[in-house]
Design a protein around this ligand. Structure first.
Ligand code: SAH
Length: 368
């Protein structure tokens, strides 16, 4: 008899099981980091992640209008910064390079912007770097790094779409006895990965809320908060702005948001490690706090639908529809509904602007 498919383990799963057998459970953050980022067996190195034939679709893949409006926001920011002769245009996690291509096309109306921009792509995955190079080589000469600290200092404009949701989170469960960290250990028979609870309380220095009912789950991402603090410090020093777009919440951040997706369907986060995309909702309140504590000016978050409307979504869609067939016009309408309608991506996706304090309010971040 052959074993059922569920018993087949990915190479990464085998290695994690052996590691946990030898050394004990690991944090959810360590698991996420390996499952996504392992250089050989991690998800971004092995799978076709993004797009219709991948596991999930992102805003820039839905319509070129998304990247074009972000391009307009960046050009306005460049003008707000006084049109520096050189600046870094940095994108975190550019995926297939679609958004950067649309940004550059939209920005071609301002040749000064394109001439001044040194394009930096912060990308870990070799496969995706290759795809980015192919898509962008005719438009620009980008450079790659996997650590933004290595980018030579200059005034900077930074964008990140669906990047922060991939950064590792730790999870904590509220038990009757208090908070305990949720860990990744082994099933009772030792043959697969399973969640378990740390036997002892977490360090008192962790930012766990005092008031919480038993059953509550608290998440936080040290990696995301550290990155935002470092970005904020860079923007204050060099000048510039960052636009972070992702799905997530502001305030009321209790709850388990760890999720895995494979082939456009939900998946068990601990099954087939390295084969499914694993993400968590972004805690925009924590990111804002990290940026404000570092001394930056923070705007938003505003809902993605609201931001796109304010940046001219309707007018842009109308221009794109001119001269198109009725089917194409319908497709454009469907795409903008997906991007902006509150029941689609318009509300759960949010945008946060982190800015050098001397700059004016960024476009689209109107006061309430
Ligand atoms: N922004 C793109 C892709 C989102 S998927 C879009 O909207 O379509 C997440 C991207 O971040 C991928 O390109 C992935 O390889 C990259 N990524 C994830 N974690 C990373 C890390 N720690 N360092 C650098 N890149 C990372």
């Amino acid at each position: 008899m052959t074993e059922p498919a569920a018993a087949e383990k990915t190479p990464l799963e085998e290695r994690l099981i052996a590691l946990i057998k030898a050394n004990g459970p690991i944090t959810v953050a360590d698991y996420m980091e390996d499952a996504l980022g392992h250089p050989h067996d991690g998800y971004y190195s092995t799978e076709t992640a993004i797009g219709a034939d991948g596991d999930f679709t992102t805003a820039p893949e839905i319509s070129q209008i998304f990247g074009e409006l972000i391009g307009a926001w960046l050009v306005q920011s460049y003008l707000d910064m006084g049109e520096p002769k050189k600046f870094n245009l940095i994108e975190f996690g550019p995926g297939r390079g679609v958004m950067m291509a649309d940004i550059l096309r939209a920005a071609s109306l301002r040749p000064q912007f394109l001439n001044a921009a040194e394009i930096w792509l912060v990308e870990k995955s070799g496969r995706l770097r290759h795809e980015q190079r192919r898509r962008l080589e005719r438009l620009a000469a980008p450079r790659w790094t996997d650590d933004f600290h290595e980018i030579p200092p200059a005034p900077s404009l930074v964008v990140a779409n669906e990047f922060f949701d991939c950064l590792p989170i730790r999870q904590f469960d509220r038990l009757a006895a208090g908070w305990r960290e949720r860990l990744v250990g082994l099933s009772p028979d030792g043959t697969s990965l399973a969640f378990c609870t740390a036997p002892t309380p977490p360090l008192a220095s962790l930012p766990l809320p005092q008031e919480a009912a038993p059953g509550a789950v608290f998440e936080f991402s040290e990696a995301a908060e550290r990155l935002v603090a470092d970005l904020a410090a860079m923007l204050i020093r060099e000048g510039g702005r960052a636009l972070i777009i992702d799905y997530g919440h502001f305030g009321g951040g209790l709850g388990d948001t760890l999720q895995a997706v494979r082939r456009h369907a939900y998946w068990q986060p601990l099954a087939a490690a390295g084969k499914a995309d694993i993400t968590a909702h972004v805690d925009f309140e924590a990111l804002s706090r990290a940026a404000i504590n570092a001394g930056a000016a923070v705007w938003g978050p505003v809902a993605q639908g609201v931001l796109l409307d304010r940046l001219g979504l309707a007018a842009r869609a109308q221009r794109l529809s001119a001269g198109k067939s009725p089917t194409q016009v319908l497709e454009i309408e469907r795409a903008i509904r997906r991007l902006a309608a509150p029941e689609e991506m318009g509300e759960v996706f949010k945008a946060l602007a982190i800015c050098a304090p001397n700059l004016p309010r960024p476009a689209g971040f109107d006061p309430p």
